[in-house]
Design a protein around this ligand. Structure first.
Ligand code: SAM
Length: 213
C-alpha cells in the first residue's frame, strides 16, 4: 500500500476510531509524512499502531498517543507552543502545521540535528530549536500558551509551570520510570488545575527537574 493510503488508514482506524475528533489534529496527521521521521530500516512500519525506535535509546511515540496529547492541548492557530523532547521531529511537524510558533528542545544533539534537517527540508519556518535540558523550560523569559512534554517526569517541573501563560495548558506524562499517567494542567489565572487522563508509557525525562541519569 502507498504511504499516503497507509496514512489515511492510520488516521481512520488508529485515531478517529479511538475518539479523536479535533479537525485540526486530524488534518495535520493526514498531511505529515511519518515515513520521513523513522529510520530507513523501519519505513515499512512507519504507520504501525506502536512506537518505533529512533536510535540512542529513544522512540517516536505511537500515533494515537501523539494525537491524544495534541487534542488535550486544544491547539489554536495563534498558539505559541513549547515542546520538550523533539525526538524524531514528527510531533514538532504536526504542531507546526496547526500553530503559529513552535519552540522545541531535545537533550540528545544528534536527534535534534536530524530533526532540524528533515523539518527544514519540509519547509517549516515556524520552529525554533534548542539542544539542552528541557525540564528547565525554554529559559528566556517567554510564556507559552501550550506546553507538551513527550518524555516522562517524576513530578511536574516547576520551571514549566512558570512558563505556562494564563489560560495555558500543559500536557505531561508523570509517574515512575516505567509507568505513568497522562496529566493535563490548566493555568486558571495562576491556579493550576490538574486532570488525569489515564495510563501511558514514555521514555524518561532526563534532567535537573526530571530523572537523574
Ligand atoms: N515526540 C517525539 C517524536 O515525535 O519523535 C518523540 C519523543 S521521545 C518519546 C522523547 C524525547 O525526549 C527523546 O528524544 C529524549 O531524548 C527527549 N528528552 C528526554 N529528556 C529530555 C530533556 N530533559 N530535555 C529535552 N529532551 C529530553
Amino acid at each position: 500500500m502507498k504511504f499516503e493510503d497507509q496514512r489515511r488508514k492510520m488516521v481512520e482506524t488508529q485515531i478517529m476510531n479511538r475518539g479523536i475528533s479535533d479537525e485540526k489534529v486530524l488534518s495535520a496527521f493526514l498531511k505529515v509524512p511519518r515515513e520521513l521521521f523513522v529510520p530507513e530500516k523501519f519505513k515499512h512500519l512507519a504507520y504501525a499502531d506502536s512506537p518505533l525506535s529512533i536510535g540512542n535509546g529513544q522512540t517516536i511515540s505511537q500515533p494515537y498517543i501523539v494525537a491524544l496529547m495534541m487534542e488535550l492541548l486544544q491547539l489554536d492557530a495563534n498558539d505559541k507552543v513549547l515542546e520538550i523532547g523533539t525526538g524524531s521531529g514528527y510531533q514538532t511537524a504536526l504542531l507546526a502545521e496547526i500553530c503559529s510558533e513552535i519552540f522545541t528542545i531535545e537533550r540528545i544533539s544528534i536527534l535534534s540535528v536530524n530533526a532540524q534537517k528533515i523539518l527544514r527540508e519540509l519547509g517549516y519556518e515556524n520552529i525554533h530549536f534548542k539542544i539542552g535540558d528541557g525540564s528547565l523550560g525554554w529559559n528566556e523569559n517567554l510564556k507559552f500558551n501550550k506546553i507538551i512534554v513527550t518524555a516522562a517526569a517524576p513530578s511536574i517541573p516547576q520551571s514549566l509551570l512558570n512558563e505556562l501563560d494564563d489560560n495555558g495548558i500543559l500536557v505531561i506524562p508523570t509517574g515512575s520510570k516505567f509507568m505513568q499517567d497522562l496529566i493535563v494542567i490548566k493555568n486558571k489565572n495562576g491556579e493550576f488545575v490538574r486532570n488525569n487522563y489515564g495510563g501511558c508509557t514514555f521514555v524518561p525525562l532526563i534532567g535537573k527537574e526530571g530523572w537523574q541519569m
